[in-house]
Design a protein around this ligand. Sequence first.
Ligand code: FES
Length: 209
Amino acid sequence: MSNPISHWSPANQERASRLLEAYPDRRSALMPLLYVASLEHRYASDDAMEEVAELTGITAAQVRSVATFYTMFKQAPVGEYLISVCTSISCHLLGGEDVLESVEEAAGVEHGSTGEDGLFSVEHVECIGACGGAPAVQVNYELIEGVMPDRAGALVGWLRDTKPDVVLADEMQQLFGGVRSFDWGPTEAEGAIRPVPAFAPYGSAREGR
Ligand code: FES
């Protein structure tokens, strides 16, 4: 049988192999494989879904039903940095809309879209579980709490200037955050590879691209 991902980068092929080895039933690797496929293709494209279907032994329609159910699997190309601003009630009451406006202005990208240079995608999201640290923002799913509008703009500028390969919540919190919902304990060791969340157990974080 031909290898459906032989054209993927060696790093992503390695990630996929490790995932498939980690589960006794290949189909159980579907969701983490979709992230790796998204890393390869920049989103859960038709090709990505077909490749994952071949890897897991299920149909492309079954893969699509999962990929289109969860909003973290994107249906269009995503920028290097996906900036998600919460505008649900707690964040809304503490200025989430202003934070979103500041991010849009600094990134030059309206929410729900990706800039032409592919650097930033901006989205507003429903509650991301950090209400006690509102207003909350994520960069590639790494959380920053207590982000004021001016600091949100500075965060975008920092991303543009430094272009980190891996983003770390603790680092961004220290540089651009405010009051946190609670003490999160040990300093974070892993970060997120753009635009895929940190999944250290699956081997997709802290490895560069
Ligand atoms: S309302 Fe924004 S994190 Fe819950």
